[in-house]
Design a protein around this ligand. Structure first.
Ligand code: SF4
Ligand code: SF4
Length: 377
């Protein structure tokens, strides 16, 4: 595919009447505090096109895509909304790497994603599904880093980031290599696992894209417990966005929006919120800690040592729902989550053998919590 030499240096769009902007690490880019995760775009293409267009109108200037979202249709669903509007907008592409991924293959993947999106260049390209065990494959001679650096030299890519599901410690090690300009990690009121990594990214000037700020919709439900803990009389989704953006190391909250209503709710929330300094974030964290302590130490940490369960029960997922329910008062979200668990992994299969409890380093009374969760129906 012939790729014309990119015009890479147009400034990012901004609309200060409708949006706030924050530095994206040391890149010099000012990214919209609300960014758009394109992984939830639907089959309704008219809606997708309107959503992208309206987001840009509201000053959103970061869109995250990859070929692997939306059953392989994410970038096709994003592209029409970008037509005539992509100048000054970051559209990030993403691809994973395997043991045998070569610089040539990765370059072809970058070009393929540009082609689908109808773009001349990526202001950001991310190495996806990445972890410490893949660093050697990234760095090897003829490997992916060579493709990234070559594409940067040609202006086909401006900046690079990574994302994945490795441990916080390993993600911190990757940040400390200095190889990447940004990290993208899940982060929200009820999932603060990567908070130490985010803090370190802030110290090193690495941009932080916080995914799942409303926990995939779980934080759209009412939670008086969270309102009490945070001292805010606001809808949970609004508190959730405020929490993420109160963290000074976060560059942008990347929300996977699929309706105009979500966009029209989130953009004004972000615009209205001015965290002004770390004090608010610290007091929100203290409130969340009090909430946790109130429940004692009997909450699953998702370490997965109890697996496999001979009956196929997905224990960590159930206990995550238990935590949402008991610690955060997200009863409806927990009930919906329970209904979404496939029958092969559902707590209904538990025969009470107790093997999981023998393996659990945190002495979680798994059977008792499963039994309690079952009462949600
Ligand atoms: S071993 Fe215990 S803490 Fe770890 S996932 Fe299982 S129940 Fe949770
Ligand atoms: S008690 Fe239930 S969840 Fe635990 S290992 Fe046995 S069958 Fe699985």
């Amino acid at each position: 595919m012939p790729i014309t030499r990119p015009a890479n240096h147009e400034p990012l769009i901004r609309n200060d009447d409708a949006m706030r902007y924050r530095p994206l690490g040391k890149t010099g880019l000012l990214v919209s505090a609300l960014s758009f995760g394109c992984m939830r775009l639907s089959e309704d293409q008219d809606l997708n096109t309107s959503l992208i267009a309206r987001a840009i109108e509201l000053g959103v200037n970061y869109f995250e895509t990859t070929r692997w979202y939306c059953q392989g249709q994410c970038q096709q669903r994003t592209a029409p909304g970008l037509v005539g509007r992509s100048a000054g907008v970051i559209v990030s592409g993403k691809a994973g790497i395997q043991v045998d991924t070569t610089a040539y293959g990765f370059r072809k993947e970058i070009e393929r994603q540009l082609d689908i999106l109808g773009l001349t260049h990526f202001k950001f390209f991310q190495v996806g599904w990445f972890g410490w065990d893949r660093v050697a494959h990234l760095l090897k001679s003829g490997g992916v880093l060579e493709a990234l650096r070559q594409a940067q030299a040609e202006g086909l890519i401006h900046y690079t980031g990574f994302t994945g599901h490795d441990t916080p410690e390993n993600f911190t090690r990757i940040i400390e290599t200095g190889l990447f300009d940004s990290i993208t990690v899940p982060y929200n009121l009820i999932n603060r696992v990567y908070e130490p990594t985010i803090r370190r990214a802030g110290e090193l000037g690495v941009g932080v894209v916080a995914m799942c700020p409303v926990a995939g919709g779980a934080l759209a439900c009412d939670s008086p417990a969270l309102q009490d803990a945070l001292g805010m009389d606001l809808p949970t989704a609004e508190m959730a966005l405020r929490f993420v953006l109160a963290n000074p190391a976060v560059s942008t909250a990347c929300s996977g929006m699929s309706t105009l209503a979500q966009l029209e709710q989130n953009a004004p929330t972000v615009k209205a919120f001015d965290p002004s300094g770390p004090a608010l974030f610290e007091s929100m964290c203290e409130g969340l800690e009090r909430l946790r302590e109130g429940l004692g130490q009997r909450l699953c940490t998702a370490c997965r040592y109890c697996l496999p369960c001979a009956q196929g029960v997905d224990i960590p997922r159930h206990l995550e729902l238990y935590r949402h329910w008991r610690a955060f008062g997200l009863t409806d979200a927990a009930r919906q989550g329970l209904r979404g668990i496939p029958s092969a992994n559902h707590l209904a299969r538990c025969n009470g053998c107790g093997e999981c409890e023998k393996k659990c380093p945190n002495a979680i009374p798994v059977r008792e919590q499963l039994k309690e969760l079952a009462t949600l129906g």
